[in-house]
Write a protein that binds this ligand. Structure first.
Ligand code: R5P
Length: 308
């Protein structure tokens, strides 16, 4: 089941974990940005008859996508039997419908691009709201790693009497499973978003949990406005300063500082996107999932070497 693992810049430590778990080699990939802004990619490890695994989290995706697609094509041209993708943060999942006439449904376009370029994908908690599963939009085999058990473990290890709080209905799926594993009560707030940074949140009856430490949990922290609005309402309701836990630490612009300034007691995230707040290590689980996928799928016929 061994292959060759390539790390796109910033993904080296997860690539090493995957290589170790799957007894694969770390491959040499040269990337370069020309002065005119175009990208260059070169595979320097022999790939004929071998499985290639590319590790690339895709926060701030637009600049990362083309080098990744070029590298995947180069691997296929070099004779790789299959090209797999490990994308701890999978972007564009939130535009899962046409909210206004004429809008691009970017989740569909993005999924089509990756599904054409790769043979399988492993990711962590993709934002599934209107899609029931990743397979509803990606046409290649997938494995999804769930952060909930390790978040629950972190809570058990660090917080004596927690109450989990989901900032909106979409977060209930994560909050409910973390609460189950952490054996803690949970509540879910109601959110209305009227713009990128304009979010209103209403608080259900949190008073009965006032002697517990609130832990806000969401899958993505991007502008942090969802969490900031929730903190404001928790504070008004007389709750202690909440701990904020996110799976994917996107933190656009000033979001991290703004979240701390808004009164978060602590901010903790999983390491799907490298960030100062990373406190929950998902690398072993991702590596195990890749190993399981390679074992399970090793009997499937390889795709044609050339693709259009
Ligand atoms: C959306 O429903 C997600 O689950 C998050 O609540 C949202 O993406 C957070 O975004 P922001 O940090 O920009 O408020």
């Amino acid at each position: 089941m061994s292959g060759v693992v390539f790390a796109l810049p910033g993904n080296e430590s997860l690539a090493r974990a995957i290589a170790q778990r799957t007894r694969s080699e770390i491959g040499a990939l040269a990337l370069h940005r020309f002065p005119d802004g175009e990208s260059y990619a070169r595979i320097d490890t022999p790939l004929a008859g071998r499985e290639a695994i590319f590790v690339c989290t895709l926060d701030r995706p637009d600049a990362k996508l083309l080098p990744l697609l070029f590298a995947l094509d180069a691997a296929r041209d070099a004779g790789a039997t299959r090209c797999g993708l490990v994308v701890p943060y999978l972007p564009y999942m939130r535009q899962d419908a046409r909210f206004k006439p004429g809008e691009a449904i970017t989740s569909v376009t993005f999924a089509r691009l990756l599904s054409k370029a790769a043979d399988w994908i492993v990711t962590v908690d993709p934002h599934l709201h209107r899609y029931a599963a990743l397979g509803a939009v990606y046409s290649i085999p997938d494995r999804v790693v769930h952060a909930a058990p390790l978040i629950a473990q972190w809570i058990r290890d660090n917080v004596r009497a927690p109450v989990l709080v989901g900032p909106d209905g979409e977060s209930e799926q994560w909050v409910a499973s973390v609460a189950r594993d952490a054996k803690a009560p949970y509540v879910v707030l109601e959110k209305t978003r009227t713009g990128d940074r304009d979010v209103k949140v209403s608080v259900p009856h949190i008073e009965r949990w006032r002697d517990r430490t609130p832990i806000l949990i969401d899958d993505i922290i991007a502008t942090a406005r969802t969490m900031i609005a929730a903190i404001g309402h928790l504070t008004e309701a007389g709750a202690p300063s909440p701990i904020c836990v996110g799976v994917h630490a996107i933190f656009a612009d000033d979001a991290y500082g703004a979240l701390q300034a808004a009164g978060a007691a602590t901010v903790v995230t999983c390491n799907t996107v490298p960030h100062a707040s990373n406190g929950i290590d998902l690398d072993p689980g991702i590596a195990a999932s890749v190993a399981a996928l390679l074992r399970t799928d090793s009997d499937e016929p390889p795709r044609e070497a050339a693709h259009g």
